[in-house]
Design a protein around this ligand. Structure first.
Ligand code: DAH
Length: 339
């Protein structure tokens, strides 16, 4: 019995000394001290021991159990310590390593130009409104004094959906929609996407953006239009910018004009940007035609208005000196990242 106990104890001690994991130690504990463990078996066979020897054997079993438990505890603690050290080592952060750069999103040049434009007009008390991209012929042409068979309809090659429904060719129909509500006075800009069946090249695209402007109130004159657009040009392109109004024709305004700004690249001397002329065309405008006011339910004897239409891509390209509109639509991040 004594030898047996000794053997169990030595074997357990040796195994525990070699154990490398907590699981391993637990297996040894179960095999030796568990319900069916070797040491427990010895206790169970005490009945075979002569009564006078039992206290002695009992003491030996207890000593063995105590020694094994102590060793178990010590080994468990050692393994735990080692595991913790390994974990700490693995989690060490080298603060001197270069960081990984996160790619940041950018506003599109169109959006930057639009935000800037909105800032200027909101500063002058305008409200930003939107209209539908799928529009009725009625709003896109009819109410704007462009009746069926009018040559201006050909100038704006239209994507028709049905005979009456189309993709708007301009943001001007938003004018008619706002006037129709009859809420006076009106002071709005209406940015948005427009569509024309144009071939793609450096200055054309079947889909681009315009910003419409409309002011209607009592006693509005051409002087208000000039002052407003001059102020816009100075705030948007720089304080030294000069504006020039050239007579033009639009069916929905009378009189109408196109507006040029002095070239902000060369200051008017003439360069590649302004094709040597010193001036750059940026928008169309005019006094709202009395027929348009009347057709939209406004009495032209009481109210007058002015309107303008800006090509957003055009001013974005100018402002950032981009020479090909296609770059704005290709979404190459190497290009977009520059703005
Ligand atoms: N809608 C015109 C176009 O697409 C631009 C325009 C010109 C709008 C004069 C206006 C305006 O409101 O008064 O060519």
């Amino acid at each position: 019995m004594k030898e047996k106990l000794q053997a169990i104890r030595e074997k357990a001690m040796e195994q525990m000394g070699k154990a490398t994991s907590l699981e391993h130690l637990n297996e040894i504990r179960v095999a030796v001290l568990g319900k069916k463990g070797e040491l427990t078996q010895v206790l169970k066979s005490m009945k075979d021991v002569a009564p006078e020897d039992r206290p002695k054997v009992g003491q030996m079993v207890n000593e063995a159990r105590q020694a094994i438990e102590e060793k178990l505890e010590a080994e468990t603690a050692a393994i735990r310590r080692r595991l913790r050290e390994e974990k700490m080592k693995a989690e060490v952060i080298d603060v001197t390593l270069p960081g990984t750069r996160n790619l940041q999103g950018h506003r599109h040049p169109n959006q930057i130009a639009l935000d800037d434009l909105e800032r200027v007009f909101i500063g002058m008390g305008y409200e930003v409104v939107e209209g539908p991209e799928v529009e009725y012929d009625h709003y896109n042409f009819e109410l704007l004094n462009i009746p069926a068979n009018h040559p201006a309809k050909d100038e704006q090659d239209t994507f028709y959906i049905t005979k009456e429904i189309l993709l708007r060719t301009q943001t001007s129909p938003v004018q008619a929609r706002v006037m129709e509500t009859g809420r006076m006075p009106i002071r709005i800009i209406a940015p948005g996407r427009v569509f024309r069946s144009d071939e793609v090249d450096a200055t054309h695209s079947p889909s681009f953006h315009q910003v419409e402007g409309l002011v209607v109130d009592r006693g509005i004159t051409f002087a208000d239009l000039k002052g407003t657009l001059e102020q816009f040009a100075k705030e948007f392109f720089g304080p030294d910018t000069k504006v020039k109004f050239r007579p033009h024709h639009f069916p929905f305004t009378e009189p109408s004009a196109e507006v040029d700004v002095s070239c902000f690249k060369c200051g008017g001397k003439g360069c590649r940007m302004c094709k040597g002329s010193g001036w750059i065309e940026i928008l169309g405008c005019g006094m709202v035609h009395p027929k348009v006011l009347r057709d939209c339910g406004i009495d032209p004897e009481v109210y007058q208005g002015f309107a303008f239409g800006i090509g957003l891509e055009r001013v974005a390209l100018l402002k950032y000196e981009i020479d090909d509109m296609r770059l704005l639509y290709e979404n190459d991040v190497r290009f977009l990242r520059q703005f």
